[in-house]
Design a protein around this ligand. Structure first.
Ligand code: 9MR
Length: 732
């Protein structure tokens, strides 16, 4: 049934689980049949000690509201239904009703709001009872006031370009939203307004990823460097863009510098990151309860580990070996690529490139930054003598979710080591093996430590091949669950073989399902699909791999790149994603596919691949349905409210925005957070209407499923932008 457009409560029938609802001391026991039931502890003092509630309720002063719900309590108990302002310390109310609750019964009340706010709350206060019990609420509805205005994104001009810039001799494509049935004229103007090129568009019909009628156009003929170009077509003028060989230079270092400000266990200084200074997080100083001596979860082990350091994963302050693994790999790979494909424009990665604490130590900064995480990954290994010795703990994070903002040094949550997993262990084996060969010229002892840890991890994973992290282990941190680790085995075997040349690792590669299967799935690679990482390295890194195997590996990379390019060619916005692939972290899926395409360029020198990479970046930087550059600080209209406990400027203006160069997760058709679900799905029609894939995005700090920052996403951005910035042939 279509929802009343004046409905103010989201998910009042709990059809989306507890999404949008919060609880205080009320432990959910079931969400079924349109209602939520919670355990209410006995012996609390005040009604407000135990709460089921919802925030962000829009109330208009002087308007009438009907508040209805069904509720029950067993044993019978006194509860209070309340509508109030979400403002400490008094939380002024506009409606409050005490109810003697027993068997399930419907309730309806009307009231006139004395509040005028979009920060209202609907609450059930369940505390103050001597005995424990179970309370249920369902069908919660607050109808009144004006209909909630539908969210309309600010998509700016209908001409969509890469807002950062194009390389002088690279491809230059744009997309225009228009119903025009036939080709229409376009002009590129320079910053003085002079027309430097013109042509006509190509109608592309209905673009299903955006639900728009679009044309595409190609202004590749413009090769003259300059700033402030615009593209005019169909009476619309694009956001300005540059044409310059340096288009990606600053982004290249900013994307990598993101990792320094995400560091745990070290103070961030203003000298190195102006505006981002903060004390060290999780170094065993109260109120922190970690990470220098973190106990295992009950039943996992009776030891503590020093797991300080590393990077905070994302907008949360958890640290996950699985995601730390792929992010470390990509930074190391960015460096390792330069050993076989010597840098062009950028010159070799150097010491001092990134202005980090280790700058000046004689080691390229990108290796120092990756080592910050690799040292943490090594600390996550179960020590000798303990059960599952040699495995890696899957993750360490807060026991409960904290609110936003949360400066890392102020996080009061206890933290625990979660059970070891085969996937984490193989992430450790792979990255430590990769590190062993890359750090050897700089620090032989560290390289040796890495190799020993990698071998130990590999052996432990062989002995425990199916310890899977649970999808349900998602309170206070993400699950990073994975029940297929054949790809992790393949990746680890590849890295160990490349580093050591030893036969057992080659045997493991040849025995893997990926020896014949394709490690490049249509959706590309990512933290859950890592066989591609092994294959890319087998194809590109010098090793004792027999020529026939290397040639086959190379052919598979090129074949995958061809498939990804084909997907991009089917999209009027040039993005290498199928419509079904706009899921959580979709921008990283774009970038990871671009890394495969870029590797095909390295292997073949075929310009089509290089162009494909650059066109893919156009999507990330503004040539998309939302006219959004997904990278903070880059492009006229860019994402800057990403979900983060560190950069919560949207909630507290004294805090910074995410640093320039931070990429947002991107469009996610599954809209897996209450903010995006509430704002983007139109429930006033039956069935509820979901936006087209590209519109499933919100630059809002609460939309973690479309708009978070994350280390694996910035690692992908860093890798691809390093490729783009370095290209000499198009940038001359
Ligand atoms: O990137 C992860 C995405 O692929 C998953 O679908 C999602 C839900 O499990 O989790 C994402 O990772 C998040 C992690 O669980 C916790 N830290 C923030 C990560 C980025 O949103």
């Amino acid at each position: 049934m279509a929802q009343d457009p004046r409905e103010k409560v989201f998910n009042g029938d709990f059809s989306e689980g507890t999404s949008g609802w919060f609880t205080v001391q009320a432990a959910p026991v079931s969400v079924a049949g349109g209602k939520l039931c919670v355990d209410v502890p006995g012996g609390t003092q005040l009604p407000a000690d135990v709460i089921v509630g919802q925030s962000d309720i829009w109330l208009q002063q002087g308007r009438s509201y009907t508040f209805s719900f069904t509720a029950s309590a067993n044993p019978p108990s006194a509860v209070t239904a309340r509508v109030q302002l979400d403002q400490a310390p008094n939380y002024p109310g506009t409606f409050s009703q005490d109810i003697a609750l027993g068997p399930e019964q419907p309730y309806t009340f009307t009231f006139t709001s004395s509040l005028d706010t979009d920060r209202g709350q609907v609450l059930f206060l369940l505390g103050g009872e001597p005995a424990p019990g179970v309370c249920c609420v369902g069908g919660v509805s607050l109808i009144g006031g004006d209909p909630v205005p539908r969210y309309v994104p600010d998509t700016g001009p209908r001409v969509r370009v890469n807002q950062v810039g194009y390389l002088p001799f690279g491809p230059k494509h744009a997309t225009v939203v228009t119903d025009a049935p036939g080709p229409i004229p376009w002009q590129v103007n320079d910053s003085a307004g002079a027309t430097v090129a013109s042509g006509t568009s190509t109608p592309a019909g209905m673009d299903t990823s955006s639900g728009q009628q679009v044309h595409t156009l190609d202004f590749g003929a413009v090769t003259q460097s300059g700033t402030g170009y615009t593209l005019s077509v169909d009476g619309q003028t694009s956001y300005p863009f540059d044409i310059t060989a340096t288009a990606y230079d600053q982004l290249h270092s900013d994307a990598l510098r993101f990792f320094y400000v995400q560091r745990s266990g070290i103070p961030i200084t203003d000298a190195l990151a102006p505006g981002y200074a903060r004390p060290a997080g999780h170094i065993g100083v109260t109120p922190n309860q970690g990470d220098t001596s973190v106990p295992c979860q009950p039943g996992v082990g009776d030891y503590q580990l020093d797991v300080s350091g590393g990077w905070y994963d994302a907008g949360d302050e958890g640290k996950y070996v699985v995601n730390g693994g792929i992010a470390t790999y990509q930074l190391l790979s960015l460096y390792e690529r330069t050993l076989t494909v010597p840098r062009g424009r950028l010159g070799p990665p150097g010491d001092g490139d990134l202005h980090i604490p280790e700058s000046g130590n004689g080691v390229p900064d990108v290796l120092d930054e990756a080592r910050w995480e690799l040292e943490f990954l090594l600390r996550m290994q179960v020590p000798a003598g303990a059960p599952l010795a040699g495995m890696a703990h899957h993750k360490v994070h807060d026991d409960n979710w904290t609110g936003l903002p949360m400066p890392p040094d102020q996080d009061p949550q206890p933290r625990h080591l979660h059970p070891p997993s085969t996937a984490a262990t193989l992430n450790l084996a792979a990255t430590a093996a990769q590190g062993a060969r890359l750090y050897a010229p700089f620090d032989q002892a560290f390289a040796q430590r890495c190799l020993t840890a990698a071998r130990t991890a590999w052996a432990a994973a062989q002995a425990h091949q199916n310890l899977y992290a649970s999808k349900a282990d998602a309170t206070g941190g993400g699950p990073y669950d994975d029940t297929d680790v054949t790809d992790e085995f393949y990746w680890a075997a590849a890295e160990l073989f490349i580093t050591t040349g030893e036969q057992p690792f080659l045997d493991a590669l040849r025995a893997s399902p990926y020896a014949t299967g394709d490690p490049f799935p249509p959706s590309g690679f990512g933290w859950q699909q890592v066989a591609a990482l092994g294959r890319l390295d087998l194809a590109t890194v010098q090793s004792q791999l027999p020529d026939a195997d290397r040639n086959a590996a190379r052919a598979s990379v090129v074949a995958a790149a061809d498939r990804y390019l084909q997907t991009a060619q089917g999209q009027a916005y040039g993005v290498p994603l199928a419509d079904s692939e706009f899921v959580w972290g979709s921008n990283s899926m774009v970038l990871d596919k671009l890394a495969v395409i870029a590797t095909a360029f390295d292997l073949t020198g075929d310009q089509r691949y290089r162009d494909g990479v650059l066109e893919g970046l156009d999507y990330i930087l503004g040539r998309n349905a939302l006219n959004e550059s997904y990278v903070t600080g880059y492009g006229r209209h860019n994402s800057h409210n990403q979900h983060s406990r560190l950069y919560s400027h949207e909630l507290d203006p004294t805090l910074p925005e995410p640093p320039a160069g931070a990429i947002a997760g991107g469009a996610n058709v599954n809209l897996e957070d209450p903010k995006a679900s509430r704002v983007l799905i139109d429930r006033t029609v039956d069935p509820p209407q979901r936006p087209a894939p590209q519109f499933c995005y919100l630059d809002d700090i609460q939309s973690w499923s479309t708009n978070e920052v994350a280390i694996n996403w910035n690692a992908a951005l860093s890798w691809v932008v390093s490729f783009a910035a370095d290209d000499q042939s198009v940038g001359a």
